[in-house]
Design a protein around this ligand. Sequence first.
Ligand code: NAD
Length: 314
Amino acid sequence: MKRKIIVTGGAGFIGSHLVDKLIAGGNEVTVIDNLSSGKMEFIEHHDQDPNFKLVKLDMLELEKLKQAIKGADMVYHLAANPDVRLGAENTKVHLEQNIMVTYNLLESMRMNKQQNIVFTSTSTVYGEASIIPTPENYGPLIPISLYGASKLACEALITSYCHTFEMRSWIFRFANIVGERGTHGIIIDFINKLKTNPKALEILGDGQQRKSYIHVSDCIEGILFAVNNSDEMANIFNIGSTDTINSTQIGELIVKEMGLHDVKFTYTGGNRGWKGDVPKMLLSIDKLQKLGWNPSHNSKSSVIAATRSTLEKQ
Ligand code: NAD
């Protein structure tokens, strides 16, 4: 069935892959993006498609946002500032770009009587979880980054709007998503550092931070599968791979993929990369698996695929 769909943040890394998939499925897609970190080159291949439209808009502008989303059956809300590290330097950015933007979207939907929202949340809402793999019903949720706090606040706003105004939501808590068009994160950092100096790689922390990585193609499949197969008022799912890889191992894989030898690894020390970094993260994806979805990549193959596509584009 052809649907009218809004993708906020659709010019970004994950959003643009979602747009590709939704357009390929014959849907009518409007991207709302202020191009702060999103890029035209990620979406311009749809320019001539009558099912595609870009509205360049800062979602802090409530009235314009309300007009822009009118008539859509479904809103995929990905627009955010996703930089976890930034919160330690700038305490306002996640409040504005994540919480206020989400509030504006919910208000616009409420006023337009639009009901269906998909939200991209994060593993960082769990903080330093004592149960690993961490299931969706883990608690209490004690984020340790301002980014994690902002995403948890967004989740709470969304579920309470759903209850109060008869809306429905799908909330996805992602592990680390990697792949083509990635613009930030450990893979990009390591590749850039090694291009500058192919003899040495500085790794943040002690290199033992161990996390789950999942390829963006799996992430998109998982989202669409869950949206099509669940219909509670608030459907909350983790999306990740079923294993982990540590920072040193990622460094070794990237060195190999770049064809480098005798690279000296140095460590900045401590058990985390930065203030707010969660050193160990693995999400339980039992809930999605029981529904019938499985990722096709593990952490290692996700990192390798992402490294190759990044190197090809450079
Ligand atoms: P991204 O920075 O590539 O995409 C975010 C998009 O939102 C960009 O296109 C940006 O221009 C747009 N945007 C930001 N503020 C806006 C505003 N005020 N108005 C309109 N547009 C705005 O990031 P991404 O990695 O693709 O992340 C997408 C979503 O997934 C985010 O919500 C992020 O928090 C979440 N997420 C990402 C990861 C990951 O590993 N990449 C992990 C967990 C959650």
